[in-house]
Write a protein that binds this ligand. Structure first.
Ligand SMILES: Nc1nc2c(ncn2[C@@H]2O[C@H](COP(=O)(O)OP(=O)(O)OP(=O)(O)O)[C@@H](O)[C@H]2O)c(=O)[nH]1
Ligand SMILES: [Mg+2]
Ligand SMILES: [Zn+2]
Length: 313
């Protein structure tokens, strides 16, 4: 007899995928293997995938993921599918924030139809820098939170935001460089998660803990459920392998530039080096209507995409 179920992949470890199946009998967690073709690099099952699961009791295979239901989006880093929100996490200090990386993540998120949210951590270490960084993203219109897991700054507002935006069947992930405090913050937000963090492993003296796998956790709120993933932090080298999108698709990922497009002196203005007298975007930045760092990030991503285009054509 073959039984078919549908579930959501919440974790993957050594070829086994943990799936969450919810049906008329309730919620269960099933450990599944993937069918051969779904192990190939280009068709690999991702955390967040909705999948069809077969149990064929005439074979010894156990539970098999036989099909990945069409994704609404997927990312390479963090490697996940079907995200509604991406919480882009960086520290005010330790590690030093790299704004260009943050803006790359924002652009990738917007491009994929995923709502970006900025989360600044470790405000206890430098609240001035935390405020300065926050003001950039507030100006651009992205929801922004300043937090500290140490003194609990901003933990309640962020928890409330997640409750209202994500805990209604949505899926979100915390993403950002290693050591910014993603796992620590998730514990502070939802104390029953008890994720392993660098701090905890320091206390029990087992060396540095760093998150190694993407895992989706269920967050409850009354009758509702939301899905929130902790992800391994990336290094800057990872960003070199990021795949972006085409040059033509760049402008829409920087929404604050859009009002100025078409207003430069030359119709083919790329807004990358032209002066404020010729380029309406440069002028807007000079007048403080576009944050300087955002324009710098735009220009830097523009160059990367332009090089890529030249190399392929
Ligand atoms: N001062 C201060 N330190 C913090 C804060 N949050 C986290 N830390 C410390 O930062 C270090 C890294 O925290 P983690 O939560 O493991 O960082 P992570 O982003 O999950 O790192 P990866 O799993 O490697 O991606 C630990 O030593 C934490 O104690 C904070 O708000 N303030
Ligand atoms: Mg972690
Ligand atoms: Zn221009």
């Amino acid at each position: 007899m073959i039984v078919t179920k549908y579930g959501k992949v919440v974790k993957g470890l050594g070829g086994l995928y943990e799936t969450r199946v919810e049906d008329e009998n309730g919620i269960e967690r099933l450990a599944c293997r993937a069918k051969g073709v779904l192990k190939r690099d280009d068709e690999k099952v991702l955390i967040g995938d909705n999948v069809k699961i077969l149990l064929d009791d005439s074979t010894p295979d156990g539970l098999i993921i036989s099909e990945v239901i069409e994704r609404k989006n997927s990312l390479i880093r963090p490697p996940m599918a079907n995200l509604d929100y991406l919480f882009i996490v960086f520290a005010a200090k330790k590690p030093t924030p790299v704004i260009e990386t943050v803006d790359k993540l924002v652009a990738i998120s917007v491009h994929n139809g995923i709502k970006p949210v900025i989360v600044i951590t470790k405000s206890d270490l430098d609240s001035t820098v935390a405020d300065e960084l926050a003001s950039i993203y507030i100006k651009v219109g992205i929801p922004t939170f300043i937090t500290s897991s140490e003194d609990k700054t901003g933990v309640v507002p962020l928890a409330e935001y997640i409750q209202s935006e994500v805990v209604c069947g949505k899926t979100a992930a915390f993403a950002g460089a290693s050591g910014v405090g993603k796992s620590t913050l998730m514990n502070a937000l939802f104390p029953n998660l008890t994720l392993a963090t660098a701090e905890i492993s320091r206390k029990i003296e087992r060396g540095r803990h760093t998150t190694r796998h993407v895992e989706i956790f269920e967050i409850q709120g009354g009758e509702n459920t939301g899905f929130l993933a902790d992800t391994p932090g990336f290094s800057l080298i990872d960003f070199a392998r990021f795949d972006f999108f085409s040059l033509e698709e760049l402008i829409p990922t920087f929404p604050e530039l859009i009002p100025y497009i078409g207003k430069c002196r030359y119709t083919d203005c790329a807004h990358v080096g032209e002066g404020a007298d010729e380029c309406a975007v440069a002028k807007a930045a000079l007048e403080g209507n576009i944050p300087e760092s955002r324009l710098e990030s735009y220009r830097s991503i523009y160059r990367v995409l332009k090089d890529k285009k030249n190399n392929y054509t």
